[in-house]
Unconditional design. Structure first.
Length: 637
């Protein structure tokens, strides 16, 4: 499911977010492009990224009764390239309030080409705004935010801007029954094992409950104090630590990372010196995402070793050029801050002590912990991922330990009780704890930084959004077996936290927050339609995946053996009966060959939490994982 929903949800739902506060109508000749992008005219207006391997084509077409999007898309692509022969992989039609219709076709591209080809169509008043998008995986990965900004600006004048800034929120108790019914029905509909939710309004907790089970089919109920892994929702807490240390005079935003984190360096030592504390959490430095490095190789790897791994890494875009999210860099910032507080403890322990002393204890987050020790603390939720029947399956706790070595980026466990205390602290602008921190220093984290869309930017470990005229400060989190979301509305004095013990449950949390805004402010968020769409696309994705894996026994004797990747560690391929497995040490997954249209043989990791979302591509001397900006090679031993 993940492989078919991941790209779709990023592209389309990003555009739906972007439509929350549209610009005035524009046409392709008036497009304002990010620095380095170029525009040319031919059969289409074409916008090209600086790398020259990412093109967006613009076309408008009247919709008639005979219009067929599939045929029209193919005809348009054949104008671009008369030899265009890619087959359709996935077609989606998400709901939208602003557009009469949105449709997208993703084409199946051979693995060796490492690129994305798709057609996006948005229709308003019988006029189709069609974009053909073709990019190398690497460039799309680094410039996706810039693409969103370009596409969202191309829309007609008939799409009107909505402004709910003056609308008074309803008292939550007046809409509680409707909200909870939607929540319970959605959990049942999507097979969500358990969740913990809390809502604060005007300084008071107005709703807080646990639903479902800590472990599927265990009978142990989730309550308001059940601990969940919050993943990247750790980041706002880490930047709060940085701000506290700055307030106390032990750190400056302008300090180089290496001032306190001795020996830290990127590949280019000169570039390293220019990386300051304020850069570690801004997602603006051009540092690419390298998550597989710490997800695949966990055992015995310390935080100190993780930081040394960065000496082989380098930015892939200029500083400030575009939004790129780096967990490694946030970890470096958090550890550097921890070193400013404690210079003797190992990095992870120094970070834990700093968080306990300067963040958790002052705010009253008495149950929150940096890592969940073995065995899990009592009243902890367990990680789950969907299997290929869309049922939640318990996954190994071991794989969630990946976050411990990059703790400031995502290892914290918390619950709605403590997260509400944090949200209330943010909403009070720090005043709920006398003399803790000056307001200016706290709010600096919410200043708009690198843009993601027209209405959303990244601050310092916080996303800052204008949602239909309402300021929303937020951050979500995803691990392999948990999903979290935290958001607050400073102008409305409202906040909400959602914690789910299922990986990739963003469709569920997105629909739930949509329903919340719908009931509280009277918005038309298409929450029910979005939920139904997410469920339907999950079913379609799994069904499609099952048709793409080969059913015959793989002739794999030549594959059996041990392999090693410099970055990801060991891989052992073995076969028992008809089952072929890949053992990466921290986890084992069944693998099946897929019907890739190219020349190379491609095997999908089929066991949860991967469920078809990750590929092993057969190479001459082993296998390769293509992670867009980085290719990882496993060579035979």
């Amino acid at each position: 499911m993940k492989s078919f929903l991941k790209l779709f949800s990023f592209l389309i739902f990003g555009l739906l977010i972007g439509c929350s506060s549209p610009q005035k109508g524009s046409n392709s000749s008036e497009l304002k492009l990010p620095d380095g992008w170029s525009k040319s005219k031919g059969s289409f207006v074409t916008v090209t990224a600086p790398e020259k391997d990412f093109n967006i084509y613009f076309h408008k077409e009247k919709i008639t009764k005979e219009f067929d999007f599939s045929k029209s898309s193919l005809a348009l692509w054949q104008k671009v390239n008369k030899n265009f022969k890619y087959k359709e992989l996935q077609t989606t039609n998400p709901p939208s309030k602003d557009w009469d219709r949105i449709s997208q076709i993703i084409y199946q591209v051979p693995a060796e080409e490492s690129k994305t080809v798709l057609t996006l169509m948005r229709v308003k008043d019988n006029l189709a705004y069609i974009n053909l998008i073709e990019s190398s995986s690497s460039t799309l990965n680094k410039r996706a935010a810039q693409m969103m900004q370009i596409l969202e600006a191309w829309k007609p004048k008939s799409i009107k801007e909505e402004d709910f800034s003056k609308v008074t929120a309803k008292d939550f108790n007046t809409i509680e029954k409707d909200f909870e019914k939607f929540l319970v029905d959605a959990m049942s509909d999507l097979n969500i094992p358990g969740m913990n939710i809390g809502i604060t309004q005007n300084g008071k907790v107005v709703y807080q409950k646990g639903f479902g089970e800590t472990k599927a089919n265990s009978g142990k109920a989730v309550n308001k104090d059940t601990l969940f892994m919050i993943g990247s929702t750790t980041k706002p807490l880490t930047t709060l630590l940085m701000s506290k240390l700055i307030h106390d005079g032990k750190l400056k935003w302008e300090d180089p990372i290496s001032k306190n984190l001795k020996g830290w360096s990127l590949k280019d030592k000169k570039v390293s010196k220019s990386f300051l504390m304020k850069h570690t959490a801004c997602a603006c430095t051009g540092m690419p995402r390298r998550d597989l490095d710490f997800i695949f190789d966990i055992d015995g790897i310390s935080s100190e070793q993780r930081m040394k791994q960065m000496s082989s890494m380098a930015p892939t875009t200029k500083s400030g050029e575009t939004f790129q999210y780096s967990n490694y860099l946030v970890a470096a910032g958090g550890f550097s801050a921890a070193r400013a507080y404690n210079k003797s403890l190992p990095l992870e322990k120094a970070y834990t002590k700093a968080m306990n002393d300067l963040v958790f204890t002052p705010i009253g987050m008495t149950q929150t912990i940096v890592r969940n020790t073995k065995p899990y603390k009592s009243n902890s939720a367990y990680p789950h991922s969907f299997d290929l029947n869309l049922k939640p399956q318990l996954i190994s706790k071991k794989i969630e330990e990946f976050a411990n070595s990059v703790a400031p980026a995502g290892s914290v466990w918390s619950n709605s009780t403590d997260m509400l205390k944090y949200i209330q602290f943010e909403l009070s602008k720090g005043k709920s704890i006398p003399n803790y921190m000056d307001e200016k220093n706290l709010l600096l984290r919410r200043a708009k930084g690198v843009p993601i869309t027209k209405d959303m930017s990244y601050g310092l470990g916080l996303m800052v959004k204008n949602y239909k005229g309402i300021e929303v400060i937020e951050h979500g989190g995803n691990t392999m077996g948990f999903t979290s979301e935290m958001l607050f509305l400073p102008g409305k004095n409202i906040g909400i936290t959602m914690l789910v013990n299922l990986g990739s449950a963003n469709g569920f949390t997105r629909a739930l927050r949509g329903k919340f805004f719908e009931l509280m402010f009277g918005m038309d968020t298409k929450a029910a339609e979005s939920l139904a769409f997410y469920k339907n696309e999950a079913k379609k994705g799994v069904a499609k995946l099952k048709t793409m894996v080969k059913k015959d026994i793989v002739k794999s004797q030549s594959f059996i053996g041990k392999y090693k990747s410099k970055e990801l560690g060991l891989l052992t391929i073995s076969q028992k009966g008809e089952k072929l497995t890949a053992d990466f040490g921290e986890f084992i997954s069944e693998i099946k060959e897929t019907t890739d249209p190219g020349k190379k043989r491609v095997f999908l990791l089929m066991s949860p939490p991967w469920s078809g979302s990750l590929s092993l591509i057969k190479e001459k001397n082993g296998f390769m994982i293509d992670a867009a900006q980085k290719k990882y090679f496993f060579n035979r031993l």
